[in-house]
Design a protein around this ligand. Structure first.
Ligand SMILES: Nc1ncnc2c1ncn2[C@@H]1O[C@H](COP(=O)(O)OP(=O)(O)OP(=O)(O)O)[C@@H](O)[C@H]1O
Length: 305
């Protein structure tokens, strides 16, 4: 770990509806030119020359095709994997407050009941037993998990288990929440519930790093970091990721595909972007470049007014 003095707070663009534009955020974790071997160790270097930072209230999406290094990066951020080269620093106020939620909820939940699962993290923090019921109740409420605390974990759906994992992280006073493809095993309703919950937590100041291959989930990210073969191939706004640089042939179809980072990296454009392009193919020109369904709706409604 490098000294705190090297952990500079930075101006980041935020994109969460209430706050938009450049604001100064407190950096919780910073990586500088890091390289890392895979979780099992060995000679291979999976990540190379990665610069990364995440701060309070930021939602950073880490995207990339299978094997691009997303999980490895999240493990490095969680402190579960040492860096082979480069520097990694965590702000002292975030030290011990970085929590990771994995793709498969069954692989990480250890309590037999909802209560036990959350209480386990509270015990680690040294929370007195008598305070635990209230802390468990608040954690469940903050993720919208409306089940009795006595519910056996095995009776929860996949989405409820993911929410429980997040509730456990919150109860343990996480400042940085790392989510490794948290919705990939979920049905659409559970998926929407996890996405909405995490967005609300981000709006309340939690730092969120969300890895995914589902581009519909990342339109509201403040930044997208796209990995390819263990390197950062793109870092910027969702709009640039899905449409290319403004003024440089903002066309996600046909001849300009190479100029759209999302397409060039082999990932599918989100529904809103695909639809905007189809509309354009039908002669309908939107005045904005929507990246979420809500933005698409707003843009189309604007044409009809
Ligand atoms: N335990 C391991 N031992 C050796 N190589 C590994 C190990 N875990 C991952 N790798 C390799 O590291 C690279 C990055 O894997 P990683 O799981 O970080 O990618 P990912 O982007 O999360 O992929 P996915 O979307 O498929 O989960 C891959 O080439 C993978 O084969």
């Amino acid at each position: 770990m490098i000294p705190l003095s090297k952990l500079q707070d930075g101006d980041q663009r935020v994109n969460n509806g209430k706050r938009k534009g450049a604001v100064r955020v407190r950096t919780w974790i910073a990586l500088e030119r890091i390289a890392a071997a895979p979780p099992g160790g060995g000679e291979d270097v999976v990540l190379q020359g990665i610069d990364f930072r995440v701060g309070a209230g930021e939602f950073v999406a880490v995207v990339g095709v299978n094997g691009s290094g997303k999980s490895t990066l999240l493990r490095v951020l969680a402190g579960l994997l040492p860096v082979a080269e480069g520097k990694a620093a965590t702000h002292p106020e975030a030290d011990g407050a970085v929590r990771i939620v994995f793709q498969n909820p069954d692989a990480q939940l250890i309590g037999e009941t909802v209560y036990e699962e959350i209480a386990f993290g509270l015990e680690q923090l040294g929370v007195p037993t008598e305070e635990m019921p209230e802390r468990v109740r608040l954690a469940l409420r903050s993720v919208g998990l409306d089940v009795p605390a006595s519910t056996p974990v095995e009776r929860l759906s996949g989405g409820q288990k993911q929410l429980l994992g997040i509730a456990g992280a919150l109860a343990a006073e996480a400042r940085v929440l790392l989510l490794d493809e948290p919705t990939s095993m979920l049905d659409p309703v559970s998926k929407a519930s996890v996405v909405d919950t995490v967005r609300a937590l981000r709006d309340r100041g939690l730092a969120v790093v969300w890895s995914t291959q589902a581009m519909d989930e990342v339109g509201l990210a403040d930044r997208i970091v796209a990995l390819q073969d263990g390197r950062v191939a793109f870092e910027g706004t969702p709009e640039t990721f899905f449409y290319g640089e403004a003024g440089k042939g903002d066309d996600a179809h046909g001849a300009n595909d190479g100029g759209v980072p999302c397409v060039a990296l082999g990932l599918r454009l989100p529904y809103a972007v695909e639809t905007a392009h189809r509309l354009r193919d039908h002669g309908v020109r939107l005045t904005v470049r929507p990246v979420t369904d809500d933005q698409l709706l707003e843009a189309v409604a604007g044409l009809c007014r």
